[in-house]
Design a protein around this ligand. Structure first.
Ligand code: ASN
Length: 324
């Protein structure tokens, strides 16, 4: 019999309104599975990793979740792993899990937009679809995925694009769809490679995200380094541009040994060094590494995972460019 192992981490799928200051995560994996309709032919086991809203997570917790997901994926008796997680930062943890997953066993993230005690909660349905996708033979080798409201998206490239609708995720590759108990594979996601974390995980690693906007102060870059950032992601405008002073600020922090990744705050498309006068061409010439098509949030996760190994700047640039 196919076995799927569920890792619960919290989020709205595990939250109830209760009394007091708003919904909080509290339901265990066991409670989540009690609310889910049984799945014929799939044995479901589970464990609790943590029980928090994903807006409270830091990099060490992301590393814990991603590592446990990989360890379970490596277990011979487990055919698929499901991670229940808050939607706010699912795109970060799922991408880290994708980077770490060198096995053929899929790791399928899911959650809910409406709390467990909401009359129209979407959690049990999403969980069931995630379990069925994780159990499916066609899901093998797909890395980490996000199953939500009938769609299965690649972890790489996806982002939360709406605060409250039932399908909040956008971007990424549409890998498959589920309809009832039927799962269909449409495409295989682009996965350029995997990596390991050191024993210390992401403890102590700091990567700051700085956004370009009209009138933005380029001093945000050196002050991030003063506050001990090991790396910076600059979310530029459009193709990866920023206003006066940013290219010089990039050159300054790169000279101090702190890598800068140039991403775009635009929803889709690659970073390209097209514009001068401080635009992307100058920022890349100042030593920034292009994020390619990675979102700023996922570029930050890749940068953190690489910086955990304390690479020299050339090694960082080469590994980032290979895995982006
Ligand atoms: N829908 C959700 O799961 C949002 C929740 N606040 C979280 O990210 O934990």
């Amino acid at each position: 019999m196919t076995r799927v192992h569920v890792l619960a981490t919290g989020g709205t799928i595990a939250s109830r309104s209760g009394e007091g200051s708003g919904a909080t995560a509290g339901d265990s994996a066991e409670v989540l599975l009690e609310g889910m309709d049984a799945t014929a032919d799939v044995e479901v086991t589970s464990e609790d990793v943590m029980t928090v809203g994903s807006y409270r997570l830091g990099l060490p917790e992301l590393a814990t979740i991603a590592r446990v997901s990989r360890e379970r994926a490596e277990e011979p008796g487990i055919d698929g792993v499901v991670v229940t997680h808050g939607t706010d930062t699912m795109e970060e943890t799922a991408f880290l899990a994708d980077l770490l997953n060198g096995t053929d066993t899929p790791v399928v993230f899911t959650g809910a937009q409406r709390a467990a005690d909401h009359p129209d909660t979407d959690g049990p349905r999403n969980l069931r679809q995630a379990v069925l996708a994780a159990a499916h033979p066609n899901a093998r080798g797909l890395g980490a995925l996000v199953a939500f409201d009938g769609l299965l998206l690649s972890a790489r490239g996806t982002r939360k694009g709406h605060t409250m609708v039932s399908q909040p995720f956008t971007g990424g590759t549409l890998v498959g769809t589920t309809h009832g108990d039927e799962f269909r594979l449409h495409a295989r996601p682009h996965r350029p490679g995997t990596l390991d974390l050191p024993d210390s995980g992401l403890d102590g690693v700091r990567v700051d995200l700085i956004t370009a906007y009209p009138g933005a102060d380029p001093a945000a870059l050196p002050s991030a380094v003063d506050r001990c950032a090991h790396g910076i992601v600059l979310a530029g405008t459009g193709l990866g541009n920023a206003g006066p002073g940013h290219a010089e600020a990039v050159a300054d922090v790169v000279a101090r040994g702190v890598p800068v990744v140039l991403a775009t705050r635009t929803l889709a498309g690659p970073v390209l060094g097209v514009y001068g006068r401080g635009g992307g061409a100058d920022i890349l010439a100042a030593g920034a590494v292009a994020a390619g098509e990675l979102t700023p949030f996922q570029a930050r996760i890749l940068a953190a995972a690489l910086l955990a190994h304390r690479p020299d700047p050339h090694e960082f640039a080469a590994r980032f460019t290979r895995l982006r």
